[in-house]
Design a protein around this ligand. Structure first.
Ligand SMILES: *Cc1c(COP(=O)(O)O)cnc(C)c1O
Ligand SMILES: [Zn+2]
Length: 391
């Protein structure tokens, strides 16, 4: 039985159409990501948002809006439906009564990378792919290894040699071959790309494969559902490759076309990066439409150590369309926010997640956020994966 309304893919730059029945990567004409399209008119007629709410919990309850066509191809470890938690104590200190965290740390493999890799590995399985490769700052590799194991695929991972040890161990124990690279994720990407071309591995690099974004977009669906089919005023998101930011912005547009929103007012999207690697922040404030490669990237928030995203154009366009902004925070501020969130609310966040609270503080000081606004910060992973970096 056909369980998805997926129709085709289109290039995010030139609009060229691509078939979803074949293996796709990105548009080689313009070196740009491909975007999944669904027959949202039919979905609007045939789907009732409240029926989807009643289904068994997890990401795949939205399967009509995911790319997999046959249910036997879904590769799941129970990802999605993470808690959206009110933060009364941190909010009180900041003077915000409507502050929430979307806590992605409870996903399988300890980060929201599980969502994207569940979607991508499932579609890869459907298309008959047997071996997958990825360059990673850490968590994407761990997630890929786990889902590939579950799907019976072979996996190969390239990561910087100073990636948190937890990411190396979790990948190897799931059967992946891990190659440690003396360099950054951009160096790992170059090596993985060459290996993929030479030996026929399917490359799951961020945005060079179309479907990881589809898994991550569901964070936007879950937020809409949580807020009774309205959207928060502000979303603060730690940006590496930008999958979640671009994915959620797509989700809001789909939700509008599905007619599921009570109020179509969109959130202002805030991108957060670390001062030691802030290509999006620099491009945003200089008015550029793409990012320059950030040389010598350095931050303890390894997921943010991405010198240039393949989707930089989309990230910047989405932030601007939302009337959002971009903020860089220091590693010192990240560590302080991490301690505060754990001590005041009991949430041991990944440094990337803690960064969103530092940015929030900054935006309140700038009066960019008003005290009565509804704000959602993202904790994208668990602090337990970074024990070698935290005292
Ligand atoms: C990968 C990662 C990010 C960045 O996510 P993108 O959607 O690629 O921008 C943030 N936090 C953590 C913990 C990550 O693993
Ligand atoms: Zn194109």
């Amino acid at each position: 039985m056909e369980i998805s309304f997926l129709t085709n893919l289109t290039c995010s730059n030139c609009g060229k159409s691509f078939s979803t029945e074949e293996v796709q990567t990105f548009c080689v004409d313009c070196n740009s990501p491909l975007i999944s399209n669904y027959d949202l008119n039919s979905a609007r007629e045939r789907l009732d948002r409240d029926d989807l709410t009643k289904r068994k919990k997890g990401m795949w309850r939205w399967h009509e809006l995911l790319p997999v066509r046959e249910s036997q191809n879904m590769v799941t470890l129970g990802e999605g439906d993470t808690a959206t938690l009110h933060l009364p104590r941190v909010g009180n200190l900041l003077g915000l009564s409507n502050l929430f965290v979307k806590d992605e740390s409870v996903n399988p493999t300890g980060s929201f990378k599980a969502r994207g890799l569940s979607a991508a590995i499932s579609k890869a399985k459907e298309l008959g792919i047997k071996k997958v490769i990825i360059p990673t700052a850490g968590n994407a590799g761990g997630a890929m290894a786990a889902y590939a194991a579950r799907a019976g695929m072979q996996s190969l991972i390239y990561m910087p040699k100073d990636t948190p040890i937890a990411n190396i161990i979790e990948s190897r124990i799931a059967g992946a071959e891990v190659i440690l690279v003396d360099g950054l994720i951009s160096d790992a990407a170059k090596l993985a790309g060459e290996k993929a071309r030479a030996d026929g591995w399917f490359d799951l690099s961020t945005f060079k494969e179309p479907y990881r974004m589809e898994g991550k977009k569901l964070m936007g669906y879950e937020l809409a559902e949580f807020f009774n089919w309205t959207l928060p005023d502000v979303i603060i998101y730690p940006t590496g490759g930008g999958t979640g930011l671009v994915g959620m912005w797509k989700a809001f547009s789909e939700l509008e076309q599905l007619g599921w929103l009570e109020n179509t007012k969109r959130p202002r999207m805030v991108s957060v990066q670390a001062e030691g690697c802030a290509p999006v922040i620099k491009a945003f404030h200089s008015g550029a439409s793409t990012c320059d490669f950030w040389p010598g990237a350095q931050t303890m928030a390894s997921g943010l150590r991405v010198p240039k995203s393949f989707a930089d154009r989309l990230i910047l366009a989405n932030i601007r369309e939302s009337n959002g902004t971009a903020v860089a925070v220091s590693d010192t501020a990240i560590l302080e926010a991490q301690k505060n969130l754990a001590a005041q609310e009991g949430i041991f966040a990944a440094p990337e997640g803690a960064a969103t609270l530092s940015a929030l503080k900054e935006l309140i000081a700038q009066k960019w956020i008003q005290r009565d606004e509804c704000v959602v910060v993202f904790n994208t992973g668990t602090g337990l994966k970074y024990l070698d970096q935290v005292e």
